[in-house]
Design a protein around this ligand. Structure first.
Ligand code: ZN
Ligand code: ZN
Length: 359
């Protein structure tokens, strides 16, 4: 299995971001990412997927889209990846949009589902309220700019957060996590995504020019770690397919890499039929062994159906036998300046019981 690091949900000058594709690619190369996925508002740029190179390192820039209904209520932003053509004209009917995307095996992600308005600054919230939709691939449980909005209730907090971005990136959004568990418990195969929502916004106050969260800051903070069956090849079609297949199937984790690089994290379940990884389902007869490996010591929570069933402190590996069916996932926490920071969020393994379990 090959692990690659990518950042998705990035805005360019084609919508309201301040950097062009070249600048975004350079920041991604500086952050040593393997791929970056740009999603501009209601705009799909075709033929812009490309490799960028620097100092012998290659980075793949892919282009998706963030679709929302310009005529409807604010919010309900849907990321669409791996869809071959412009689809924003369907934005007034999100279910139709999701169905059409699924028809083409595209990826649909509910973006920043829970965010607060910044009343003091006249900035609206763009959360999700169309919870009746079904069939989407995933939900952003950790959107960097949403967390900035959620935690910048006054000017003092806003300035501190703008100056020290690591201050507000401390955990996945609790409401989004709870909603994700609710969806999983209702039997939906929905995966947890992270979006940087990077804009690298530029402001001018008289002679003072300010850049809020450069792309590099986003790309060094919170990333998607995708598990591929083979290394990237340098062939555009093949690599695009490898990455989108992993994202579509839940074969990735979310890592707050600024705390400590999360590369090397592994979550699997060994059972009679072999090994299952995040995004997989397995059918066990008697039991299975959950195995978790970390790149450095941390606090590990194993969850079943949204409930913590195991906690381990300062461990780098865990083996835990399970005998009960359910949706299993892992959260890891890391102590930062005296408090625990949400460090790794896995996607789930879906465990079912076989007919020969004797129960
Ligand atoms: Zn949005
Ligand atoms: Zn966005």
């Amino acid at each position: 299995m090959e692990e690659i690091v990518l950042n998705l949900h990035v805005h360019s000058t084609y919508s309201d971001g301040s950097g062009n594709f070249h600048e975004i690619a350079q920041a991604a190369l500086s952050a040593e990412l393997d791929a970056v996925i740009v999603t501009d508002h209601n705009l799909l740029l075709k033929g812009k997927d490309a490799f960028y190179y620097r100092n012998g390192k290659q980075m793949l820039l892919l282009v998706g889209e963030e679709v929302h209904d310009m005529q409807g209520s604010p919010g309900n932003h849907l990321l669409i990846l791996n869809y071959p053509k412009e689809i924003a004209h369907l934005a007034s009917n999100m279910q139709l949009l999701i169905n059409e995307a699924n028809h083409q095996n595209a990826i649909t992600i509910l973006a920043h589902p829970y965010e607060s308005e910044m009343k003091a600054f006249n900035v609206r919230a763009f959360g999700w309220d169309q919870w009746e939709v079904k069939g989407f691939t995933g939900i952003e449980i950790f959107n960097q700019m949403s967390e900035f909005k959620n935690r910048s209730r006054n000017l003092f907090a806003l300035l501190l957060n703008a100056l020290f971005p690591k201050r507000f990136l401390t955990e996945a959004n609790p409401k989004a996590l709870a909603k994700w568990d609710e969806l999983l418990n209702a039997g939906h195969r929905v995966f947890a995504f992270t979006g940087s929502d990077a804009h690298q916004s530029r402001f001018k106050f008289g002679p003072i020019k300010l850049t809020l969260f450069p792309y590099l800051t986003h790309f060094s903070a919170l990333n998607t770690h995708a598990y591929l069956p083979q290394p990237l090849t340098g062939d555009l079609e093949q690599d695009r397919s490898l990455i989108y297949t992993a994202l579509k199937k839940g074969k990735f984790h979310i890592g707050l890499d600024w705390v400590y690089p999360t590369k090397g994290f592994e979550f699997k379940a060994d059972y009679e039929g072999g090994s299952a990884y995040s995004g997989d389902q397995l059918i066990m007869n008697q039991s299975a062994t959950i195995k978790i490996y970390l790149p450095v010591q941390a606090i590990v929570h194993l969850l079943r159906n949204g409930e913590v069933i195991g906690k381990w402190d300062r461990r780098v590996s865990i083996a835990h036998t399970i005998t009960t069916a359910g949706v299993y996932r892992v959260e890891c926490y890391f102590p930062v300046q005296g408090s625990l920071t949400g460090w790794i969020y896995s996607n789930p393994i879906f465990v079912y019981k076989g007919k020969n379990d004797g129960q």
